[in-house]
Structures are given as structure tokens and as C-alpha cells.
Design a protein around this ligand. Structure first.
Ligand SMILES: [Zn+2]
Length: 507
């Protein structure tokens, strides 16, 4: 399933020696092609333990976990840990076709052939070697490589929602139980108070996890807490003997070859949410996993713009060679990653300048135009744009949105309703409500787009207010929804430009 014009991504794709991307099977307006969940493993051994970054949404957990388990089976087969070969329904059915007294002989010859195979590994020899008997050393845990660590980049449900089913499934398949890592939400209390945010609070996510399916940090704290600078590592067990420790007992990872390890350094990158982190991989291409802080295409949402901008600058300063975002394609090559991050920064700066300029113009009288004039003007422009698009499609087009020809006095009813609101309401004349501001900014009346964009505009306004450039007031005015003007007057927040000078005086 592809949404709009997005580039098509494969369900499972090996992006580099250490990194494989699995799509969360949850494409959508906000999730783009779906959540990217990343599996990291030392390339030396397909049976080495793995690190998993993020999962998928609750409603797509089944499909996502099917995909993940299939991939783990592939890794197990690749590694030569092939008990599954005899255990699978297919193998059982094949063996049934043999005369009973030949079954062991055939199995033995398969095992022998495999041990002669130049690709066989030590693991294989241990389990299949002459005299060891493949059946007796068979252990369920050996069947699939283990996911040792699950790291959550932040609290949102399209990242944590598949976790309960995943943990249950891993346990059922006989895999070792993993540790779950997350930055404790700094705004946990606020999240718990807000009905919409509550399911994403740490406490609620903990409650959703089946007991005994993960390594708890403590009886009161199931998640292993991420602290900035923390390193989470995996080492191929075959190379474990190379790992030495310094005199303080810290592992000297550098002495183990890069192909036999994978390690991530945790960074705090708040802004999208307060608990957002990024992860820097220390091996191979030294890529950075950005969570929702940076996406593969388009812009992201943020709750706190000031800290969001700092986080973007932190990522830029890291000079990443590859960006692995939580949605959309990865960005390979250092120049592209740098340009991508810089675009994010300039885009936000431009938005901020635009918002400020619209409010400033309004404060200075907007060239004699009233708010009503501005809204009606925008409606006419939108209408004309739609007509032009339809003309370009030609006469055979089938489009329900084909607008009626504009009259000499277009949008008369809307104009009257708006003027009435202006007269009866008590809105400070030069201040603009969010509904007007987003319409002018995005030149649209698509309610979905405006609601989503509005959240980011509010974050901009809050930052500008903190900087003393704008002021929030309240007044009475009408609601604007999807091209219609509400008849009732309601209490609304409006924003007013106060400019740099006044700001200096206030201080
Ligand atoms: Zn998110």
C-alpha cells in the first residue's frame, strides 16, 4: 500500500552491514510508509543477538510481528542452526515418505554433508558434529537469534504499540526475554492527566506489557532507563574471548573487530516529544537513528520548538554519514544528511519569519485590508486555483470538486457572517486567531491539514511569546471550519505582534 506519491519501500531491507529495516505495516498520513523498525546485528554471525529499535502500531502488531519472526527464521537458517529443517511441517512430511528404517540414515547423511560444507560454522559443528546427535543437543533457544535489547525512541503508539504482542510471541517461541530501554518521560505527570496522552505515558505502556516477558530493571521500573551518553552494545559470542576490560571494569569494545559488534550511544533530542532520543551507531557507516525528530521526507510535529531546534543543531553537529529516520527512506551520504538537517532548520526559521510577518502586517493595518478581506481573498484564490487545475485536466475529467463559477460578489454569505462576527465580537482588532493565521500560512481550507499544521504553528507562537515578540490575548469570534463560518461567537485565543522594540522596553 502506498500513500500519495511516497517512494515505495521494501518490507524488509538490509541497508548496511549492521542495519536492517522492517516496515511496521502501518502506512498512513502521519506514519508515511509506516514506522521503520530497525534490527541491528554484528555482521559476523547471523545467529548473534540483535538490537531492535522501535516496533509498530497496536492495530498492525500481528502483521508486523509475522514479518519480524519470518526474518528471524531467515537469520537462523542463514546461520546454519537448522534444526528447523527437520522440525518444520514440510520436513516432517518429506521424512514420512521414507521407509521408517531409512529416516535416521537420511538425517545422518544430511548432517554429514552439512559438516563438510565449507560454509559451516562452529555453532553448526557443535550441534551437528559426529556423535553429538542432532536431536539430543536440540534446544529451543538455539532456534532463533535472540533480540537482547529493544530501544524505544519515544512514547508514541506507532513505535511502542506492537510491543506487548511482540514480547509475548518471542517468549512463546522460546527466545530469551529482552531488556527494554526508554528515556523516562520528563512530562509523565502531564501525560497522565491528559486523557488523549495517557496511553503513551510510561506507566500505561508498562501496564500493557505481559508479565514475565521482559527483563525488568527493577520491580517498580520495568524499562531500563536511558541516560544521555549511555551505550547499548551487542557482541558476537564467537568473539567474546577478545573482549577485555580496563582496570575499572569497563569493556574495551574497540579491541573487538567492528564486524563482531554493534553499539549505540544514546542522545537526548527532545522537541517532537519530551522523551525523544537519537542513537549514534559506532560501527560501520556510523549512522544516526533519529526517531521522529527527523523524517525521511516532509516535516515532523513538535511540541516544544525551542528544544526541537537545539536537537536539530545537535544532530547537525554530529556530522552523521547516514540518517535512519523512524518514517520514510533513510538518507545515505554525509552531504545529503547534512543538507537534510539544514533544510529542517531553515524550513522552521522560514515558518517563524512568515508567522511573524503576517502578525506584524496585521498590527500595522495590513495595507488597509481587514481580516475579513484577507479571508475572502484567500477563498477566491483557492477557488481560482481549483478551476485552473480542472482546466488543465481537460473536459473529460471526472471530479466532484468542480467549483461553480464565481459570481460578481463571491462568498457573499461568508463575508456577511465574518463581518457580523467582527462587529459583535470583542476580538482585539489587530490580533489574529489561529484559524485565520493557519489559513493565510497554508493557503488551504483542508481541515485535516490545518489541524495538523496548527499544532506546529502554536509551538512557533509559544516560542515567539517566550521571546517577547508576540502576545496571547483572548476575545470573542466565530469558528472557521472547512470553508464555513460559524454563526455563534466563542471565546478564542488570539495572537498579537508586539515587535522587537516593545520587547526591549518590557525587559
Ligand atoms: Zn512520534
Amino acid at each position: 500500500m502506498v500513500i500519495g506519491n511516497l517512494e515505495r519501500l521494501s518490507d524488509v531491507e538490509k541497508l548496511s552491514a549492521h542495519v536492517t529495516r522492517l516496515l511496521g505495516q502501518n502506512p498512513g498520513l502521519m506514519t508515511l510508509q509506516g514506522t521503520n523498525s530497525y534490527l541491528l546485528q554484528p555482521p559476523s554471525n547471523p545467529h548473534a543477538p540483535l538490537i531492535l529499535i522501535d516496533t509498530s502500531s497496536p492495530h498492525t502488531a500481528t502483521q508486523y510481528i509475522d514479518l519480524l519472526m519470518t526474518h528471524l527464521h531467515h537469520l537462523a537458517l542463514e546461520s546454519g542452526t537448522r534444526e528447523t529443517h527437520f522440525e518444520s511441517a514440510y520436513a516432517q512430511a518429506s521424512l514420512k515418505n521414507l521407509p521408517e528404517d531409512k529416516v535416521d540414515e537420511v538425517k545422518a547423511s544430511i548432517v554429514e554433508n552439512r559438516s563438510k560444507d565449507p560454509r559451516h560454522t562452529e555453532i553448526e559443528l557443535l550441534e551437528y558434529g559426529p556423535g553429538s546427535g542432532w536431536k539430543s543437543t536440540y534446544t529451543k533457544e538455539r532456534k532463533l537469534p535472540n533480540i537482547d535489547h529493544i530501544i524505544l525512541t519515544h512514547r508514541h503508539l506507532d513505535h511502542v504499540g506492537a510491543l506487548p504482542l511482540l514480547l509475548k510471541t518471542l517468549k512463546e517461541k522460546g527466545c530469551n526475554i529482552p531488556k527494554i530501554w526508554k528515556l523516562p518521560s520528563p512530562d509523565e505527570e502531564q501525560l497522565a492527566l491528559n486523557e488523549k496522552d495517557r496511553p503513551t505515558s510510561d506507566a500505561e505502556i508498562w501496564n500493557s506489557l505481559p508479565k514475565g516477558t521482559y527483563h525488568s530493571f527493577s520491580p517498580f521500573q520495568p524499562f531500563h532507563p536511558i541516560i544521555p551518553g549511555l551505550m547499548i552494545s551487542i557482541i558476537d559470542p564467537v568473539y567474546k574471548h577478545l573482549l577485555r576490560h580496563d582496570k575499572d571494569g569497563r569493556p574495551k569494545w574497540n579491541e573487538v573487530p567492528e564486524i563482531a559488534r554493534v553499539s549505540l550511544r544514546c542522545l537526548k533530542t527532545p522537541g517532537h516529544t519530551q522523551d525523544s532520543i537519537s542513537l549514534v551507531m559506532l560501527e560501520g557507516e556510523k549512522g544516526v537513528f533519529t526517531g521522529d525528530t527527523v523524517l525521511g521526507s516532509g516535516t515532523t510535529h513538535f511540541s516544544d520548538l525551542a528544544s526541537y531546534m537545539t536537537s536539530l543543531r545537535t544532530l547537525l553537529a554530529l556530522k552523521p554519514n547516514v540518517l535512519y529516520p523512524a518514517h520514510g527512506p533513510h538518507i545515505a551520504k554525509a552531504e545529503k544528511a547534512k543538507a537534510h538537517l539544514q533544510n529542517y532548520i531553515t524550513h522552521r526559521q522560514q515558518r517563524e519569519d512568515e508567522i511573524l510577518s503576517i502578525l506584524q502586517k496585521s498590527a500595522e493595518g495590513n495595507d488597509g485590508k481587514t481580516v475579513v478581506d484577507t479571508i475572502i481573498e484567500m477563498k477566491i484564490q483557492l477557488h481560482q486555483k481549483l478551476e485552473e487545475e480542472n482546466d488543465a485536466k481537460g473536459p473529460l475529467m471526472f471530479d466532484r470538486r468542480k467549483p461553480k463559477k464565481l459570481s460578481d460578489n463571491p462568498f457573499e454569505d461568508e463575508r456577511k457572517a465574518l463581518e457580523k462576527a467582527e462587529q459583535d465580537g470583542s476580538r482585539p482588532a489587530k490580533a489574529l486567531p489561529l484559524s485565520v493565521l493557519v489559513r493565510i500560512l497554508y493557503k488551504s481550507e483542508d481541515e485535516k491539514l490545518l489541524t495538523a499544521a496548527g499544532k506546529n504553528v502554536v509551538a512557533h507562537l509559544v516560542k515567539l511569546e517566550q521571546e517577547g515578540k508576540v502576545r496571547k490575548l483572548t476575545g470573542k469570534w466565530c469558528k472557521l471550519i472547512a470553508g464555513t463560518v460559524g454563526e455563534k461567537l466563542e471565546d478564542i485565543e488570539v495572537w498579537e505582534y508586539i515587535g522587537e522594540k516593545e520587547h526591549m522596553k518590557v525587559e
